[in-house]
Design a binder for this molecule. Structure first.
Ligand SMILES: [Zn+2]
Length: 332
């Protein structure tokens, strides 16, 4: 986002805020800004949100970071998993850009990693924008071409976020592309769901009317709308599994994971060594009431999967790529 030169002094005064939001610092000059200009700058600085991409972020956010690292010359596998190679690439990028090389993607790293992009761009970084727009409910082809469709999706996101809707992806818009879904078609409870970090008791869940799907109360409005939309398209969404109590997650681990003792089977065997992969107790999105294993969705050829692939993004609901049936609030 371009800041008019006469606002430079105001930005100087806001240097601390700018540093914490990842906005580029601007050197002060002698021009005195008007009160109205000051208000604009304050609003713009306040408009950025503090976002971190970590191992527990959505697969879309992690993939986008990997795409951007690759675009910046730090080739990284785009697998949606924030492992040692991604951490090393982030550190190398930070060192080159004179940032603290902590391997974590925070506001300052995002500001350097995400170039300013607008209609007409055709590059790898635009693929990251498209992935993140799809996470936010769009259905764009991830082709790296910033055309009218991508611009319209950026404008829509900016409007939902209360930003200047100019269709240009600058530092502030990047902070809204990453992180929790903005607005979306959800039930308005998504903000609450982003605060859920551990298992919930049954009293924190509810069954979506007319289904066997039990989810966290924060997610029920979203899922109710999604189920209704599927039904209108002739697709019935039912669950093989949705919310799980901590006890049932432990029982599942005991059943699916190899190990000599109960302790090892339930608490120590990596998820990937279980058949099917089964998250450790306390970490499954099912325990949070923020994941659904859909019935009749055993492969990508099913009617259910095809409908979800085309529509779930509008509700901020994402698929775990290794399991066509597993859909959650963040793709984990
Ligand atoms: Zn699942």
């Amino acid at each position: 986002m371009r800041i008019p030169p006469k606002l430079a002094l105001a930005l100087g005064a806001l240097a601390l805020t700018a540093a914490s939001t990842g906005l580029p610092a601007v050197t002060a000059n002698a021009v005195t800004p008007s009160a109205a200009d000051l208000q604009v700058v304050t609003l713009q600085a306040a408009a950025a949100r503090t976002v971190y991409v970590t191992a527990s972020s959505s697969a879309a956010d992690i993939s986008a970071v990997q795409v951007l690292l690759t675009a910046a010359g730090f080739a990284t596998d785009v697998d949606g998993s924030y492992g040692p190679k991604t951490t090393a690439a982030v550190k190398a990028f930070q060192t080159k850009n004179k940032l603290t090389a902590d391997g974590k993607v925070g506001p300052q790293t995002i500001a350097k990693l995400g170039p300013v992009l607008k209609e007409g761009a055709s590059n790898t970084a635009t693929k990251a924008v498209q992935r993140l727009l799809n996470k936010n409910g769009s259905s764009l082809a991830v082709d790296g071409k910033f055309g009218a469709g991508t611009k319209a999706a950026v404008v829509a996101l900016q409007k939902r976020a209360g930003l200047t809707a100019d269709g240009v992806v600058g530092p502030i818009t990047w902070t809204y592309l990453f992180g929790p879904v903005v607005g979306g078609g959800g039930g308005g409870g998504d903000g609450e769901c982003s605060k859920v970090t551990g298992g919930v008791a049954q009293s924190g869940t509810t069954v979506v009317a007319g289904t066997n799907i039990r989810v966290n109360k924060c997610w029920s409005g979203t899922i109710t709308k999604m189920v209704a939309a599927a039904k209108a398209d002739g697709v019935t969404l039912t669950a093989n599994s949705s919310w799980r109590s901590p006890e049932s997650q432990k029982a599942l681990r005991n059943q699916n994971c190899p190990g000599a003792t109960y302790q090892i089977r339930v608490y120590e065997t990596p998820s990937s060594s279980c058949n099917p992969p089964t998250a450790k107790p306390g970490t499954s999105r099912h325990e949070r009431g923020l994941a659904i294993d859909l019935a009749n969705s055993g492969s990508r050829d099913t009617k259910v999967f095809k409908w979800m692939a085309a529509n779930a993004g509008r509700y901020g609901v994402a698929n775990l790529p290794s399991e066509p049936w597993h859909w959650s609030v963040d793709g984990h």
